[in-house]
Every structure is written in structure tokens, then in C-alpha cells.
Design a protein around this ligand. Structure first.
Ligand code: FE2
Length: 521
């Protein structure tokens, strides 16, 4: 049977949602700008191919903007707030531009003295171009490469290489001007600014600001046409836009993705997410590899294996809603920052909502990737019954991979230590033992004999006693900790010694170590 094809536009909407989060744009910004730009194309009677380019440009303009965000954050602090403020100014107006960057530096150093702040501003503005221009060039290049991986045409890739260029030549990075700036770029830049300004200032002021920028940021003829029809063009665009509206706007023929091309689109999203910070580089691919292999080993049906792998590729897409400066903090987060960070599975589910059909199962897994069986996870505090085998595998794979990666607030764990952490979480009732063992086996960790038969027929209570004895507790202490009679503990010890062939506490302790029953962290 041939696998069903999916609409590429669904993936474009997912990318649009994610980049709206990362760039501090308002809800459904890219989708609303797509509607506006396509209405404009209708009014301007543009041909089908130009409309297709405009459709892509509106949805994907910022897909490269996740690259090297840590550099942006290192220079200017909270990059999401900085980007949000930049949406409302004329980027060709140096005074407005400088004001925003001074504000960013002031936010970055809240406790600096006036003298220190003045020095930081002077240094920041002097070094700004050296910081910003390579980053912006990188954004264009990454956008083009992602577009290529999701199969978009050469014309779209060329347009994505010009996202910061302007009609008057004051854009970046190449300072192109006039008709050298591609027509779809000119249309979408104006349409997106109109949405941002309308959101921020209201209709009347937006119109005035667009008019003022004619011949500056925008082509005068386009401004004239836009202002003539502005009211009709913007009707209803202060409300969210649904998936069907965007699907219906795609020029015919609609682009479809084969099963293989859809898989590549998921991988492209994974890479887009992970290239935001150096320590997450390759994270989602690694989780996908582990989760997919573990699901296969556990005998899950093929659609479930595919879904858990795709959920792994996209599980952290909601992290884009939280500034890089939060994720890179070496010290503790504030309560508010923790709350925001814990909401990333929610944003992830929302980002994937545009993937209809099979995408719903992927979104449901993404929403649960930090949940724990005992309800101690986030963000819904779901419990065991709400966590499918696929969800349990994803949680285990994510936990293992994250533990063995470095984070700003801790070094990377060795594989053995990461395995011990997961097994400790199993003992605490947080992670599923079968899922953990499958993930660890697929990660090349020595298999632990988890079943009674493989653990020399020990009962769960005997295993508990063994752990305590191995850790150096006396029989009496073990009895006390387990709240059982000393005589019962003695019986357990005799029984388990007999089953494992041990005659001394040291022999039993070695057995416990060999079986991974002792935590090493
Ligand atoms: Fe996560």
C-alpha cells in the first residue's frame, strides 16, 4: 500500500508558528501576514507563480532566524523582546534603531551604574554591526537551506536570501535596492510590517506609518495600492487564522509530500530547533534515533514507531517561546522563568496542530514528553494511565539523551551515569521500566536483567533488601527502613543469598553492582 501524501503547507504552518514564537511576533502573525499578502496579490492581479512565492515568503520569512541565537543573546540579552521591539520601527532609521539597542543593553545590565551602562552602550553600538551582520547573513543562509530540504523551489530560496533587504538599499546584509530586491520580498516585507504595526498601533496609525515609509523600506507603487485597499485587505486580520484558510490560499497545484519527504521535513524542523544553542546541537536527531529504535525493540506497531520518531524530532519546538538567555542560565531560574520553560510542551503541541491527520498523534506525544508516571512531570502533570507506551519511550529517550549532554548549569553525564539516573527514576515510579531498559539497550548500555527470572528469581521485596544490604546497611537497619520485622528481613536475606549464590554481604553487594541495582550518581 502506498503511504498517504501530506500537504507541504501543513509543515509551513508549523514552521510559521514556531518562528512567530522565536521572533516575538503576535499570535498567528505569519499566517495573518500570509492572508494579507495573498489578498494583496489578488488586488494586484499577480500571476500564479508570483503568488506561490509570496505564499512561501510570508510563511517562512523567519525560518532561518533561530540560527546562532546564543550569539545574539550574548550581545543583547533577551532576544525575543529585542526582536519584538524591532518589528515596530523603521529599520532604515538609525535613531529608532539605536534607541531599541540601547534599551536592550539597559535590560541586559539591570544593576549597572550610569557610568557602567554608558560604557556598555558605547561598546555595544560600536561592536553591533560586527555582531549583527554575520548573524543576519547566517539567518538568510539557514533559511535557504531549510527551504531546500523541504523541497521548495529555487525562486523561494532566492527570496529567503533577501529577508532583511529594503527598497532604499538600507537593508542587510547586502544593501540591495529597488528591483534588485525580489518582488515577493517587497510585497511580504510591507505586508508583515502592516500586520505588526496594525497590532501595535491600530489601523489609522499603521496606515500613516506605511505611507511615510514609501520609497524607504517599501516600493512606492506597492504602498499606493496597499493604502487604496487597506481596509478591505485587513478585514478580520486582528483575529487568529485557521489552518483551512491557509490551505485554501495555496496556489494550485497544491504541493504534496511523500512519506520520505515528510520525514525529511521533520528532520529539517529538528535541526532548526537545535541550532539555536550550541549545547542542543543534534539533540532532537539523537532522541529520535533512540526513541525509534526503542519503540521497534518493544514491538510497537509501525505507525506508532513512526509517530514517536517524529515526535522526537519536534519535541522541543515549543522551547522557541522561551528566550535563549533563560535556557543558557548557569544559575537557578526565577519562578516565572520556570513556569515559562515548563510550558514548552504546550507550545509544541500548538505548533504541531497544523499537521492534520497523523500529525495529531505526533502533537499528543510532544505535549507529554516531560510527563512522568507519578504525575511529577509537566505541564499537565499527567499520570501513568494517560501515558501510552510511545509517550513513555519518548520521555525515557529524552531524559537519557539530555542527561548525557552538557548544559550551562551542569556537565554532561557519562552514559553509565545517565543510565543510572534513568534507573533511579524508574525506582521512584517516574519512568517506565520497560521503556527505560529498551532505550538503554538501544543506546548500547549493558542490558539489565529486570525481570524476576533474569534477576535470579528475586522478589521485589528481596531486591529492596538486597539494595540496602549492598549499600552497607545491617539487616536490622534494612528492616527498619522497609518497615518490616527484623526476622522477616533475615528470611529475605537468606532467601536472596541462596538465589544469587552469595555467602557474604560483599558477594551480594557485587551482584547488586553487576545488575545495576546500585546508583552510581
Ligand atoms: Fe523538552
Amino acid at each position: 500500500m502506498t503511504a498517504p501524501e501530506v500537504r507541504r503547507a501543513d509543515f509551513l504552518m508549523t514552521l510559521a508558528y514556531a518562528t512567530d514564537l522565536a521572533t516575538g511576533h503576535s499570535r498567528d502573525f505569519a499566517l495573518r501576514s500570509c492572508v494579507l499578502a495573498m489578498r494583496f496579490a489578488e488586488v494586484a492581479k499577480l500571476d500564479q507563480e508570483t503568488r506561490r512565492s509570496i505564499y512561501h515568503q510570508a510563511l517562512l520569512r523567519y525560518i532561518g532566524c533561530n540560527a546562532d541565537t546564543h550569539l545574539l543573546a550574548a550581545a543583547w540579552g533577551d532576544e525575543i523582546t529585542l526582536r519584538r521591539e524591532l518589528h515596530h520601527i523603521d529599520m532604515g532609521n538609525r535613531a529608532e534603531f539605536v534607541e531599541i539597542f540601547v534599551r536592550a543593553i539597559t535590560r541586559k545590565y539591570p544593576n549597572a551604574s550610569p557610568e557602567e551602562l554608558a560604557e556598555a552602550v558605547k561598546r555595544g553600538l560600536a561592536e553591533g554591526p560586527q555582531v549583527n551582520i554575520p548573524i543576519l547573513s547566517g539567518h538568510c543562509e539557514v533559511a535557504q537551506r531549510i527551504a531546500e530540504r523541504i523541497g521548495l523551489p529555487e525562486s523561494t530560496r532566492e527570496n529567503l536570501g533577501q529577508i532583511y533587504e529594503r527598497w532604499d538599499g538600507k537593508g542587510l546584509p547586502r544593501g540591495l535596492s529597488g528591483n534588485a530586491v525580489k518582488f515577493p520580498v517587497r510585497v511580504v516585507t510591507m505586508a508583515q510590517d502592516a500586520i505588526a504595526l496594525n497590532d501595535h498601533h491600530g489601523f489609522a496609525i499603521m496606515k500613516g506609518m506605511i505611507a511615510k515609509r514609501a520609497g524607504g523600506g517599501y516600493e512606492p507603487e506597492l504602498v499606493d495600492l496597499f493604502l487604496t485597499h487597506a481596509e478591505t485587505l485587513l478585514t478580520g486580520l486582528d483575529e487568529p487564522v485557521d489552518r483551512e484558510t491557509i490551505l485554501a490560499l495555496e496556489p494550485h497545484p497544491h504541493s504534496m509530500l511523500s512519506e520520505g519527504a515528510a520525514e525529511e521535513a521533520y528532520v529539517a524542523i529538528a535541526d532548526m530547533i537545535d541550532m539555536r544553542m550550541p549545547f542542543t546541537f543534534g539533540h532532537s536527531r539523537a532522541v529520535a534515533s533512540l526513541a525509534g529504535a526503542a519503540a521497534k525493540q518493544m514491538g510497537l506497531p509501525a505507525p506508532d514507531i513512526r509517530d514517536v520518531r517524529r515526535a522526537a524530532y519536534t519535541h522541543d519546538i515549543g522551547e522557541l517561546a522561551v528566550p535563549v538567555s533563560t535556557w543558557m542560565r548557569a544559575g537557578p531560574l526565577t519562578e516565572r522563568e520556570t513556569d515559562a520553560a515548563h510550558l514548552h510542551p504546550y507550545h509544541g503541541e500548538r505548533a504541531l496542530a497544523s499537521l492534520g491527520g497523523d500529525g495529531r498523534a505526533v502533537a499528543a506525544l510532544v505535549q507529554r514528553h516531560h510527563e512522568r508516571l507519578d504525575g511529577s512531570g509537566y505541564h499537565r502533570n499527567s499520570r501513568g494511565p494517560d501515558l501510552s507506551p510511545a509517550a513513555r519511550i519518548l520521555a525515557a529517550a529524552e531524559a537519557f539523551q539530555t542527561a548525557r549532554e552538557e548544559r550551562p548549569y551542569r556537565p554532561a553525564s557519562t552514559d553509565a551515569a545517565a543510565a543510572a539516573k534513568l534507573r533511579a527514576a524508574v525506582k521512584e515510579g517516574k519512568l517506565c521500566p520497560d521503556a527505560v531498559e529498551a532505550v538503554l539497550t538501544c543506546a548500547g548500555q549493558p542490558a539489565r536483567r529486570a525481570t524476576g527470572a533474569r534477576l535470579a528469581g528475586l522478589t521485589p521485596r528481596e531486591i529492596e533488601v538486597l539494595r540496602l544490604i549492598a549499600a552497607g546497611h545491617t539487616a536490622k537497619e534494612a528492616a527498619h527502613k522497609l518497615d518490616i520485622a527484623p526476622k522477616t528481613a533475615d528470611n529475605h536475606i537468606q532467601s536472596l543469598y541462596s538465589k544469587i549464590g552469595a555467602t557474604t554481604r560483599a558477594g551480594a553487594a557485587l551482584f547488586a553492582l553487576e545488575q545495576g541495582l546500585v546508583q552510581h550518581t
